[in-house]
Design a protein around this ligand. Structure first.
Ligand SMILES: C=CC1=C(C)c2cc3[nH]c(cc4nc(cc5[nH]c(cc1n2)c(C)c5CCC(=O)O)C(CCC(=O)O)=C4C)c(C)c3C=C
Ligand SMILES: [Fe+2]
Ligand SMILES: [Fe+2]
Length: 341
C-alpha cells in the first residue's frame, strides 16, 4: 500500500535528521535608550538566579527604585559603546554564530540566542526544531559556571522543554575556563595584543564579573573557576612574560551586599597609589566584548587609573569572533557533538 493511502491528506511535513547548536549569551537592550534599557533590566533583574532575594521584598525595590533611576544612567553608558550593528554583545554573538556556521558547514545548524531580550532562547530552539534538528547542543558562552549565568540559561531551556510536545536529544556545553585549549588560546591572544602595545605593562589585571560573596558560601563554584583560570594563565605568563605581574579582580558591583573582592576599580586605584604606571586589563571571563568591558573597563577603568597617577593603560579585547576565539569555540563544540556529527 502506498504511504499516501495511510497518511491523512493534511499530515504535517516534519523535518528530521539534523543537528543544531544554540550559542547563548546574556542579553542586551535593543536600543541605547532608557525605555529599552528599562525593559531589559526588568527581565534580567527579575530572574531569581540573578537576584536571590524573595520577590515580595525585591520587586518593590526593583520597580520602585532601581527601574526608575538606573535605566537613564545605563543608557548613557550604552550610548558610548553602541555600534552601527547595535549593542556590541548582540553584534559579536551574531558574528560568532555566523562564523561557527561557516566552520561546521552542513554538519550542524547554528543559531544564537540571548538569555534576556532577543532573540529569545525558546524561539531559537523552536527554529532549530522547525529546521529538522533532533539533536541540539545548547552552549552558554560562559567559561566559568555561575548559577546567575549558566544555570539561568539551563532554566530557559528547561522552561522550553516543559512547554513542548516534540523534544530533541539535548546536550549542554560545560564550563570551559580551565580547558587547556582555552588557556592556550587566551595566553596567545593576550600576548599578541600586549606585543602590539606601545608600552610593556607592569601589571596584567584579569577582571571577572563580580557576584555577591554569599553565593560562594552557598556553593557556587564561580569564584573558584575564576581563580583557577587566573592561576593557569599566571603559569603561562610566568614563562612568557616573567616581568609582568598578574592580578585578579572582580568588577560591576551591584547593590549594597558584599561582593567578591578585590574590586577592579579599587585595585586600579591601589596599583596607581603604589606607583604602578603601566597597566593592561583583560576580561577573560567574557567571551564577547560588551558594556562591562568596553565602558566599565576601557573607559571608566582608564579614567580611574590615569586619574590616580598611572601613565599607560590598555584594555585588551575579548576573543570575540576572531580566528583564535573561533578556533577554540569550534573545537569545544565539535568535542561536545562527538558521536552526533
Ligand atoms: C545582581 C546583579 C547582577 C549579577 C548577579 C550579575 C552577574 C553576572 N553578569 C554577567 C555578565 C554580564 N553582565 C552584564 C551587564 C549587567 N549586569 C548587571 C547586574 C548583575 N550581573 C547589570 C545591572 C547589567 C546591565 C548594565 C548596568 O546597568 O550596569 C553584561 C553586559 C550586557 C551588555 O548589554 O553588554 C554581561 C556580559 C556575568 C558573567 C555574571 C556572573 C558571573
Ligand atoms: Fe552582570
Ligand atoms: Fe573559591
Amino acid at each position: 500500500m502506498s504511504s499516501s493511502a495511510i497518511l491523512p491528506a493534511d499530515h504535517p511535513t516534519i523535518a528530521t535528521g539534523k543537528v543544531g547548536v544554540l550559542l547563548v549569551n546574556l542579553g542586551t537592550p535593543d536600543a541605547p535608550d532608557a525605555g529599552a534599557v528599562r525593559r531589559y533590566l526588568a527581565e534580567f533583574l527579575s530572574d531569581k538566579r540573578v537576584v536571590e532575594i524573595p520577590s515580595l521584598v525585591w520587586q518593590p525595590i526593583l520597580r520602585g527604585i532601581i527601574l526608575r533611576t538606573r535605566p537613564q544612567k545605563s543608557a548613557h553608558a550604552y550610548q558610548q559603546v553602541w555600534t552601527p550593528e547595535g549593542s556590541p554583545l548582540a553584534a559579536i554573538t551574531a558574528a560568532q554564530a555566523r562564523a561557527l556556521q561557516g566552520r561546521l558547514g552542513d554538519a550542524a545548524i547554528v543559531r544564537h540566542a540571548m538569555r534576556y531580550g532577543k532573540p529569545a532562547v525558546a524561539g531559537e530552539l523552536d527554529a532549530l526544531i522547525e529546521a529538522g534538528c533532533e539533536r541540539i547542543l545548547v552552549a552558554p558562552l560562559y567559561p566559568q559556571y555561575c548559577a546567575a549565568t549558566t544555570a539561568s540559561v539551563l532554566d530557559a531551556m528547561a522552561d522550553w522543554i516543559k512547554a513542548r510536545r516534540r523534544l530533541p536529544a539535548l546536550r549542554t556545553l560545560p564550563p570551559y575556563g580551565d580547558d587547556a585549549q582555552t588557556i592556550a588560546t587566551l595566553h596567545t591572544d593576550l600576548s599578541r595584543q600586549i606585543a602590539a602595545l606601545d608600552f610593556d605593562p607592569e601589571v596584567l589585571l584579569l577582571s571577572y564579573h563580580g557576584m555577591p560573596e554569599r553565593t560562594l558560601f552557598l556553593g557556587d563554584p564561580y569564584h573558584c573557576h575564576c581563580r583557577k583560570m587566573s592561576r593557569l594563565l599566571g603559569d603561562a605568563f610566568a614563562t612568557s612574560h616573567p616581568g609582568m605581574r598578574l592580578v585578579t579582580s572582580f568588577q560591576s558591583r551591584f547593590g549594597r551586599a558584599k561582593w567578591l573582592e578585590p574590586a577592579t576599580d579599587t585595585v586600579l586605584l591601589e596599583e596607581a597609589g603604589r606607583g604602578t604606571k603601566k597597566v593592561a586589563i583583560a576580561a577573560p571571563g567574557f567571551s564577547a566584548d560588551c558594556l562591562e568591558t568596553l565602558e566599565e573597563l576601557a573607559i571608566r577603568g582608564k579614567e580611574d587609573f590615569i586619574g590616580a597617577g598611572g601613565t599607560h593603560f590598555a584594555a585588551l579585547a575579548c576573543l570575540n569572533a576572531g580566528d583564535a576565539g573561533m578556533d577554540l569555540l569550534e573545537s569545544l563544540v565539535r568535542r561536545e557533538l562527538a558521536g552526533w556529527i
